[in-house]
Design a protein around this ligand. Structure first.
Ligand SMILES: Nc1ncnc2c1ncn2[C@@H]1O[C@H](COP(=O)(O)OP(=O)(O)O)[C@@H](O)[C@H]1O
Ligand SMILES: [Mg+2]
Length: 338
């Protein structure tokens, strides 16, 4: 069965990483029979800091039923591009005229370098780790980068293939045009038989890599549509509130919104004039959020007076946010009646 995927998005610094990590820990504790996986989609990973455990580009077990990973986008892109370049070179070297081009190696390498891959495509590779693990876990929690980058991750499934094909075809076009001009000038080639089987196979291999990307993107789109649940994390102030309203409009077509976490709310009864003033405008924004997102589950998360670092703090954080909600109602929150 495909896993449930919980996606946490919102403005930078509002507590997405803390909330997604605490949610993963909380779910793991609520149901020890379920396997939970938390993955960071932010190139600036910080799960290691929050768990206070060295994670990085490999799956690390954090609790008996909780695993975490911070994939390295650079490494993945380099591997993919390297594989592509090796195949492209093999193909080019099999073409009688092309192989005589000076600097062919450099030409191919420059056309397809990890540096020439758009950031958006690079971002999307995180999904590969999810696809690889989709059958191993019951719940996958995704800690997203701030809104703009999150949107480009959602958009990628539609564009990766086009971007890649465009670059490839343009490069191939240049090469082929050159070859055909040379051929026309060389009478010996006028009666040349068609493309060899060997070359066709190599071209098919290259195209296969691109088709594989396309298949992967299809699967990602389906997982987003059918198995994913987006939650916005926000704080009770204007910029963050405005941002989740915009994000809501932009993410609608990709993934279902299932709830809002209002974070860093001042607890009641603080003996502090400054906080009291802050609480006044926080209340105003809480009311605005509740009104705008009426019909959504809204979780309130209070400001803690300690750093939220390590399992114990995360557990406490989760308990405070989700209170008596059980495992299923966190994953599929019941919508309040409006
Ligand atoms: N409820 C809270 N109480 C106290 N500190 C919090 C709370 N939520 C988040 N923080 C702190 O705010 C900072 C930003 O949180 P983080 O989860 O990294 O945000 P984001 O992932 O949205 O950029 C961190 O130092 C984190 O410990
Ligand atoms: Mg973060």
């Amino acid at each position: 069965m495909a896993p449930d995927i919980l996606i946490f998005g919102g403005k930078g610094g509002v507590g997405k990483s803390t909330t997604s990590t605490a949610t993963a820990v909380h779910l793991a504790r609520l149901d020890p029979s379920k396997k939970i996986f938390i993955i960071s989609f932010d190139i600036a990973h910080n799960l290691s800091d929050i768990f206070s455990v060295d994670i990085g580009d490999k799956i690390v077990q954090v609790l008996p039923n909780l695993w975490a990973m911070e994939p390295d986008a650079e490494r993945y892109t380099e591997e993919f591009v390297h594989d592509f370049v090796v195949k492209a070179k093999k193909l080019a070297l099999d073409m009688p005229l092309v192989k005589r081009l000076t600097n062919l190696d450099a030409y191919i390498e420059e056309s397809f370098s990890a540096a020439s891959i758009p950031l958006a495509v690079k971002n999307s590779i995180f999904f590969d780790e999810v696809l690889e693990k989709e059958n191993e876990f019951d719940v996958i929690v995704i800690d997203m980068p701030p809104t703009g980058n999150m949107i480009s991750i959602f958009e990628v499934p539609k564009t990766t293939m086009q971007v890649f094909l465009k670059t490839t075809l343009e490069t191939m076009d240049n090469v082929l045009e050159f070859v055909s001009t040379m051929r026309k000038m060389n009478p010996l080639n006028w009666f040349r038989p068609g493309t060899s089987e060997k070359r066709k196979n190599m071209a098919a291999e290259l195209l296969g890599m691109l088709k594989e990307l396309d298949r992967r993107n299809d699967r990602i789109m389906k997982l987003l549509k059918n198995n994913s649940s987006l939650r916005f994390v926000t704080i009770a102030e204007r910029p963050s509130y405005e941002e989740i309203r915009r994000a809501n409009d932009m993410t609608k077509k990709y993934v279902r919104l299932d709830g809002i976490v209002i974070n860093k709310i001042n607890p009641e009864g603080l003996d502090c004039q400054f906080c009291e003033k802050e609480s006044v405008y926080q209340k105003k924004y809480i009311a605005l959020i509740e009104d705008y997102f009426k019909g959504q589950k809204i979780w309130k998360s209070y400001r803690m007076d300690e750093e939220v670092i390590g399992l114990q703090q995360l557990q406490q954080f989760g308990e405070r946010v989700y209170k008596d909600d059980d495992f299923n109602s966190i994953i599929h929150p019941a919508k309040p009646v409006t």
